[in-house]
Design a protein around this ligand. Structure first.
Ligand SMILES: Nc1ncnc2c1ncn2[C@@H]1O[C@H](COP(=O)(O)OP(=O)(O)OP(=O)(O)O)[C@@H](O)[C@H]1O
Length: 378
């Protein structure tokens, strides 16, 4: 158990209300345990998968650090637990689903400029906080942006993140620096080719978590991967600013800017193609253009981090310190009272039972009714 307020996790007996999602690493359940005051999300990984376990341990290490240095747009670790088969950890439950699902619910699958401003501002603050802790997130995409019950965002899924030394560029710490003509040389000085070049989140190779000013591992989701990662040039925090540009584009146009018919074509587009902007130029298109600069040393945010991006005209009027207090989030999830009380009435299913059933899937008989069976889709 991690903190005094953390739920007491007994994996043998814990009962889940529903399955929240499955990723490459883990399975996430909604749990309302009698030892916890409110429902929480429980992420489980099988210890039989050494790579999943390694990523899980890394993710909980990051979450532990985030519990010590909290931020309203980042999760914290509520508890960890281990059985002979599973490693599990609890994080606050985000009842609003993810930004990808929310976008698909919008007319034409796009958000208005005001809504984009709200979400980008919060995500920018979350990334700023991570970078200030020396953590590059490296997996920004709508699926990893969850909505809290309040409608504010939470970034999730830290298994691709990595520790980097904080930038040594002096101007990074200045509010209004003069341009530095040596900055390009600085970035390129330790260039090293990566060995593997075809890895996505489903088949990630072993990562190096060693700290350094840049990382050479090849990680990310195809359409969000930055040119420097594809080239294997080594990368730093600017990969997150690239991904922020892709995200903003997808929120605005309903599609990512470099998607090709194959992974190869997508990567070629990332490296060669300039993003296309339909309609009139605006502050938002200008922001996206500056974030999607292929040379990371010329990308907005490279020199002075989030501060440089916050100053862009698109964010004019944003009260950065009051984001959680003043702004009313554009979408507030509907409260599902069933989620809060179901376990009290004894329903739900055992998480271990869930995995056991997966191992020996029952052959459904034609007359059988699925009813409320949580295993029916799996
Ligand atoms: N705190 C949470 N509240 C609500 N749902 C969550 C929460 N955390 C995760 N989920 C759901 O579970 C899904 C899988 O979680 P997550 O992305 O952390 O797993 P993963 O195995 O690391 O995935 P990936 O394949 O992206 O690495 C998410 O897409 C989301 O739908």
């Amino acid at each position: 158990m991690e903190t005094s307020s953390a739920p007491n996790l007994d994996l043998d007996n814990i009962r889940a209300l529903k399955l929240l999602g499955k990723g490459a690493t883990g399975t996430v359940f909604l749990v309302h345990d009698s030892s916890a005051s409110s429902p929480f999300a429980l992420k489980l990984v099988k210890k039989s998968s050494a790579s999943s376990l390694r990523r899980a341990k890394w993710e909980t290490q990051i979450l532990r650090r985030l519990s010590d240095e909290p931020n309203p747009f980042l999760p914290r670790l509520l508890a960890t637990s281990e059985s002979s088969d599973f490693f599990a950890w609890a994080i606050p439950y985000c009842s609003g689903g993810d930004l990808n699902v929310l976008r698909h619910r919008q007319n034409d699958g796009v958000f208005s400029s005001a809504v984009i401003k709200f979400y980008l501002a919060e995500i920018l603050c979350a990334l700023d906080h991570l970078h200030s802790m020396g953590i590059a997130y490296r997996d920004l995409k709508p699926e990893n942006i969850l909505l809290q019950e309040s409608g504010h965002v939470t970034l999730t899924d830290f298994d691709l993140s990595c520790s980097l030394n904080k930038p040594t560029r002096p101007e990074f710490y200045l509010s209004d620096p003069e341009p530095d003509p040596t900055r390009k040389r600085f970035f390129r000085q330790k260039t090293k080719k990566t060995k593997s070049a075809r890895v996505n989140p489903i088949t990630r190779r072993r990562m190096s978590f060693s700290a350094g000013e840049r990382s050479n591992s090849f990680v990310g989701t195809d359409e969000y991967i930055s040119p420097e990662v594809i080239r294997g040039d080594g990368h730093d925090f600017a990969v997150d600013w690239w991904a922020l540009g892709v995200l903003a584009y997808e929120m605005m146009y309903g599609a990512t800017p470099f998607k090709g018919r194959s992974k190869k074509e997508t990567f070629r587009n990332v490296l060669m193609k300039e993003p296309e902007f339909a309609g009139k130029p605006s502050d938002l298109t200008d922001l996206i253009r500056r974030l999607l600069v292929k040379d990371p040393t010329r990308r907005l945010g490279f020199r002075r981090g989030a501060a440089e991006i916050k100053e862009h005209a698109f964010f004019r009027g944003v009260k950065w310190d009051l984001l959680t207090e003043v702004l009313r989030p554009p979408f507030i999830p509907l409260r599902d009272d069933g989620e809060m009380t179901e376990n009290v009435t004894g329903s739900g299913f055992g998480v271990k039972e869930y995995f056991e059933k997966l191992r020996t899937p029952p052959l459904p008989l034609p007359h059988e009714c699925s009813g409320n069976n949580p295993f029916v889709d799996f």
